[in-house]
Design a protein around this ligand. Structure first.
Ligand code: HEC
Length: 152
């Protein structure tokens, strides 16, 4: 957990000092950035909240709420790194369709961001059943985009 939090803080620090319109220096930098954000998000989302929701990890209300807040923050970050020309330049699981179906990609991104806000609200209640109920739709929102737009 400690490492995850540190990586997330480092990522956030980078973002906070970078204007949203800033270009990445290279496509490779953009690809690495978005993959890093997704990796940390996956750790918090699947690895911590999902593990609690499925009983693989003991329920800890504070840890769940903290991680859900982290996911809400992280969920806003990857999108600037899908600019034109970042479909290649480093190994990537992003499918070319992202750049031809941008409206659909954005719609699925918005949907996921809405679901993780609900997840964070559920996590704050301190009730495991509420956490479980909100986790499913959020996970489906991650999966909908991965199925459509990644080669994993
Ligand atoms: C709108 C689309 C979209 C949504 C929604 C989305 N992802 Fe992703 N995700 C991607 C794309 C595209 C990649 C591949 C990025 C690349 O390789 O350049 C990816 C990759 C990943 C990876 C692998 C990272 C790596 O190291 O390559 C993880 C983990 C991940 N996502 C977690 C999540 C979680 C957790 C959620 C939901 C809370 C989520 N994603 C929601 C598009 C999405």
């Amino acid at each position: 957990m400690k490492n995850t939090a540190l990586i997330a803080l480092a990522t956030l620090a980078t973002v906070l000092v970078t204007p949203a319109q800033a270009q990445f220096r290279t496509p490779e930098a953009a690809i690495k950035y978005r993959q890093s954000v997704m990796t940390v998000q996956g750790r918090a989302f699947y690895g911590t909240i999902g593990a609690m929701a499925s009983g693989r990890m003991p329920y800890d209300a504070k840890l769940a709420a903290d991680n859900a807040e982290l996911v809400v923050m992280l969920s806003k970050l990857p999108w600037i790194a899908f600019g034109p020309g970042t479909d290649k330049g480093a190994p990537t699981d992003a499918k070319p369709a992202i750049w031809t179906e941008q409206a659909r990609f954005k719609e699925l991104g918005d949907k996921m961001q809405g679901e993780v806000v609900k997840l964070a609200a559920a996590a704050k209640t301190g009730n495991l059943d509420q956490l479980k109920a909100a986790y499913g739709p959020a996970r489906d929102a991650c999966k909908a985009c991965h199925d459509a737009f990644t080669s994993q």
